[in-house]
Structures are given as structure tokens and as C-alpha cells.
Design a protein around this ligand. Sequence first.
Ligand SMILES: [Zn+2]
Length: 145
Amino acid sequence: VSDLTIPPPRPLPDPLTQFFWDGVAQHRLMALRCDRCGKFIHPPRAICRFCLCTSLTPTELSGRATLYTWTVAEQAFHPFFADKLPYVYATVELEEQAGLRMVTNIVDHPFEDLIAGMPLEVTFRDVGDGLILPQFRPATAADEP
Ligand SMILES: [Zn+2]
């Protein structure tokens, strides 16, 4: 064990993705929305994959989603995460649109009890060294229909 602190790998925003990370910094979950057909696009792209329109606007999402699929990471592929194992690496489907999915982590829930389709809500967590990530936790009762 050394005293060396290994920083986390960090997102490197570019002009296409800066809005997403600016949103995260403000605890807002954002996605591009097509100005022509109204569909959401994630991950960010310069062109709508539904209608090929190039006019897309960053739009805030509700942060509500359902669990689509997941796996439990038991091995760290970067030293920063070595003391955070095990953690849940998941894909969630955002409520705004069928097929609108985001890769994330599930927190605040025993991974043995995860169920496909369970309702989730976004939470913004500092995972260490000031790195804030949008993660998902079970939806609170107040948010359920
Ligand atoms: Zn479109």
C-alpha cells in the first residue's frame, strides 16, 4: 500500500458533449432533442438518427428510468475503482422515449435484488476526487404512479 493517490479517469467533453457534463455539474440530466421530429438522442450525435435533421437542442430529462440490463463489476479495470468493488454497471431506459438508454451505475440497492424493469431515478454522486457522475437508485415512493 502506498500513499499515492490515483485520480479517476475523467470525461473529456468536446463541443458535442459539453452540455451533458455542464448539466451533470448542475445536477441536471440532459440529452439532445431533435428540433424537427422531437426525438431524443443519446449518446450525443450531430445528426438525428431518426430524421437526419442537424438541429438538436440540449433538453433536460426527468431523471426517471427503468432498469434495462446490468452486470456486477467484481474486478477494477482502473486502479481508482479498486476500493469501490463490487459495483453495478447498468443500462437504464429513460422514461422520455422507448429505446432511449444510458449507461450508468445503480446505487443504494443490493445488487442481488435488482429486477429488470424496476423504476429508478437519477442521483448525482461524487464518486471520489470531485468526479460527479449521474447514477441511478430505486425510485422513491413519491415518484411512483
Ligand atoms: Zn429528428
